[in-house]
Design a protein around this ligand. Structure first.
Ligand SMILES: Cc1cc2nc3c(=O)[nH]c(=O)nc-3n(C[C@H](O)[C@H](O)[C@H](O)COP(=O)(O)OP(=O)(O)OC[C@H]3O[C@@H](n4cnc5c(N)ncnc54)[C@H](O)[C@@H]3O)c2cc1C
Length: 414
């Protein structure tokens, strides 16, 4: 097979990059993924929150441009501007207010609420003695990540992009002048859920990892490759011949039923404990980054013990309506964490990678859904015109780690 650009990974980011490339005029784009349905991908397992409330401008710019896009296509992508309410204790309040000044300067509306204001806006939050105030991001809200991904794909395919399912990238060589030749294993039939999980946990790459009965090897000749492998980006980078400093880290989400309380009028609420929650159909969805989680490809959900140890105590301390909750279910997905919690976007460098042939967009560290559109558009500009046109993403190049030019770490991470 051949293509002008081969995108490895068809999650939200790979799909947004394909969309950005066709919109920028480069139509011969091939996206490969062993599972385009994305059963174990972060794009299918996330909380769907979108927000401009960040401590670093580059994140605000990426989210703002993406949310502008979501609001134009609100129906297709399920965007609801139901807001993010960040609750603060005295210890973080001054820094939060300083960040809010930046938000407002950048044109992102954020209301300041005192404790009475919090209780008026969200009356069920009735345990407030530890709070100093709250910030409410008015245009922040929720999207449907699956519909967003499908929207990128449909639009990209309409203009010529191809998405190849059951196709797993294993390696590449740069021997042919100006070209990249990718080794791809194509599974003969769709993998079972357990088969996908095993593949994406073990990440085999050698020829001995696959049998003739399972499928066939194909080669894809392309001018340029994009590593859009999410939590698998470090594996894909290694196969392309360079190093990526990010790591996959498990994050868990619980669904709960608050019998007496209808959460649907509210948006995302972030408790100072780090527990966040929002309505999800007839339930509440809540997540938390458990301390000391070791990096690795783990998809097991700890069930009642996670809910009872980490989620319920914080909710209990915030509202009498949360004193009796029913834990319904939950799941685990992977954050693709970079060392400074910022995405890595741009041309890949180092190792055996020749200049101009390998690009990357990954390591969104838990905020890839909300930044997908703008990141895909920006990388496409860089690949098609040689430089960023709309948002300067040079600060997000992986060279920042090599050159000691790191931007300050993002602090508004959940
Ligand atoms: C619990 C949780 C909550 C989150 N909440 C939010 C939120 O509220 N808001 C937000 O913006 N973000 C959130 N995120 C983060 C967001 O989901 C990710 O940043 C985003 O989905 C990353 O998209 P991606 O396309 O880079 O990765 P993925 O969606 O993981 O896609 C990577 C793809 O690469 C494929 N792949 C792997 N290996 C290979 C290979 N060898 N060859 C070909 N393809 C391969 C995989 O099959 C996968 O489909 C959350 C994440 C989690 C886990």
């Amino acid at each position: 097979m051949s293509a002008e650009v081969l995108v490895i990974g068809g999650g939200l980011i790979g799909s947004a990059v394909a969309y950005g490339l066709v919109k920028a005029g480069l139509k011969d784009v091939l996206v490969i993924d062993p599972d385009l349905s994305g059963e174990w991908s972060s794009s299918e397992l996330n909380a769907g929150g979108v927000r401009g409330t960040w401590s670093q401008t580059v994140n605000l710019e990426l989210s703002k441009a993406s949310i502008d896009f979501f609001s134009v296509h609100a129906e297709q992508v399920g965007y609801r501007p139901c807001g993010y309410l960040w609750l603060h204790r005295p210890g973080t309040w001054d820094a939060a207010l300083r960040s809010r000044e930046m938000h407002v300067r950048q044109g992102w509306p954020v209301e300041v609420l005192d404790v009475d204001g919090i209780r008026t806006r969200v009356p069920f939050i009735d345990k407030t003695s530890d709070l100093a105030g709250g910030l409410f991001g008015v245009r922040d809200g929720l999207v449907n990540p699956n519909r967003l991904k499908e929207h990128f794909r449909e639009e990209a395919m309409r203009e010529g992009a191809r998405f190849l399912d059951s196709s797993y990238f294993c390696g590449a060589d740069f021997a042919s002048a100006g070209k990249v030749t990718a080794d791809v294993f194509r599974f003969a039939s769709g993998l079972s859920s357990a088969g996908k999980r095993e593949l994406l946990s073990k990440n085999p790459s050698g020829r001995d990892g696959f049998s003739k009965e399972e499928g066939e090897w194909i080669r894809v000749e392309t001018d340029r490759v994009v590593n859009a492998g999410g939590a698998w980006a470090p594996e894909i980078a290694r196969r392309l011949g360079y190093a990526c400093p990010s790591q996959p880290v498990r994050r868990q989400i619980s669904l709960f039923h608050a019998r007496e309380l209808d959460l649907t009028p509210y948006g995302m609420i972030i408790d100072p404990s780090g527990v966040y929650f929002h309505p999800e159909s007839i339930y509440g969805l809540s997540g938390f980054a458990t301390p000391g989680e070791k990096p690795g490809f783990r998809f097991d959900y700890d069930g009642d013990s996670f809910f009872e140890e980490w989620i319920w105590p914080s909710l209990y301390e915030r509202s009498t309506a949360f004193e009796s909750l029913r834990h319904v279910s939950g799941w685990a997905g992977l954050y693709e964490e970079s060392p400074d919690h910022h995405a890595i976007v741009g041309e890949a460098f180092g190792g055996s990678v020749p200049g101009g042939r390998v690009f990357e967009a990954h390591s969104f560290s838990g905020h890839g859904a909300m930044q997908s559109y703008a990141a895909g558009r920006a990388l496409a500009e860089k690949m098609v015109t040689g430089r960023y046109q709309t948002i300067d993403l040079e600060p997000l190049s992986a060279t920042r780690f090599r050159d000691g030019k790191a931007i300050p770490g993002e602090t508004w991470v959940i």
